[in-house]
Write a protein that binds this ligand. Structure first.
Ligand SMILES: C[S@@+](CC[C@H](N)C(=O)[O-])C[C@H]1O[C@@H](n2cnc3c(N)ncnc32)[C@H](O)[C@@H]1O
Length: 285
């Protein structure tokens, strides 16, 4: 039987991705082989000597995935999934792939008590779903302007068993939202129009522009959220948003201007400003 080894396929895959930065080519070649042959990371190493027969459908699948990656499609869009806070979320061309950076916002949100939460601009639902998965008694609403993204969030809610506690509604920010919440989170589009043009092809060409940039100075969603969300917070409730590394002072000023208290800019693990949080004044006793 003719064939090749998995090790030879791996070397060939790295060569096919040679136009990518070297560390990305090595990482992604391995990830795609693991996905094509359904191997765990440990299984990958253990199977390097395995013979892959000519015509193996897993090899055909790998070839397809490598051709997409060589065209700069991100791995999350090829695999149609990405991991966020230890859970796997479906990703499509209608959604931003969940980012490790956004785990900083989730960590901040999990540091306050809440029974009700609102996730504005939910995308895959990674924030709202993770919040409800971590707080079994909580319930909430996830919104997006994109119905296609909401469909993905709905499927992810089922996948993670929170669908009975999460309502997914189409809304232009708060336009269709009613009620008050202990916690409001949002990772809105915040990249400036100028910076959008400089993004890597993986992001600029494959992820939805409406998920990445609101145009202009990138701050318009924060102006809307800071002006409107205080009326949707219970006394003592928190608004927490993800920001770009240089937007902390501007977003903090917007929160303070909207009357929120204890406004703080929080850095991520790399030391970059990543989250701004502010609290509606608690009821006076
Ligand atoms: C940066 S993505 C964040 C997605 C997800 N929350 C996450 O953290 O991965 C921004 C999301 O906001 C949504 N969005 C953009 N404009 C919106 C608007 N006017 N009203 C509601 N959602 C909006 C986009 O469709 C996108 O899903």
């Amino acid at each position: 039987m003719s064939g090749t080894t998995l090790r030879a396929l791996w070397l060939s895959a790295r060569a096919q991705l040679a136009a990518l930065p070297k560390d990305e080519a090595e990482r992604d070649a391995r990830l795609l082989i693991q996905a094509a042959f359904r191997l765990t990371p440990a299984g990958f190493t253990a199977n390097l000597g395995r013979i892959v027969p000519e015509g193996d459908p897993c090899k055909d699948h790998l070839d397809w995935m490598l051709s997409k990656r060589a065209q700069r499609m991100p791995v999350s869009h090829i695999l149609r999934e990405a991991v966020f806070w230890g859970r796997t979320f479906e990703v499509t061309s209608a959604t931003l792939a969940p980012r490790g950076d956004t785990e900083s916002l989730l960590a901040e949100a999990l540091s306050v008590p809440f029974d009700t939460m609102l996730d504005l601009g939910t995308g895959t639902g990674c924030l709202g779903i993770s919040l409800l998965a971590e707080r079994k008694a909580a319930q909430g609403i996830a919104t997006d302007i994109s119905v296609e993204a909401l469909a993905v969030a709905g499927r992810n809610a089922i996948r993670h068993g929170v669908e009975a506690r999460l309502s997914c509604i189409q809304s232009d920010w708060l336009a269709q939202v009613t009620g008050t919440f202990d916690l409001i989170v949002s990772n809105p589009p915040y990249i400036t129009e100028a910076a959008f043009a400089t993004l890597a092809p993986e992001v600029r060409e494959y992820e939805p522009k409406t998920a990445l940039t609101p145009g202009g100075d990138g701050l318009e969603p924060y102006r809307i959220l800071c002006a409107q969300t205080p009326a949707y917070l219970v006394p003592g409730g928190w608004l927490m948003v993800e920001i770009g590394y240089d937007q902390g002072p501007a977003v903090a000023a917007l929160m303070e201007g909207a009357g929120l208290q204890r406004v703080t800019v929080v850095a991520d693990l790399s030391g970059h400003d990543r989250v701004v949080r502010g609290q509606r004044a608690p009821l006076a006793l």
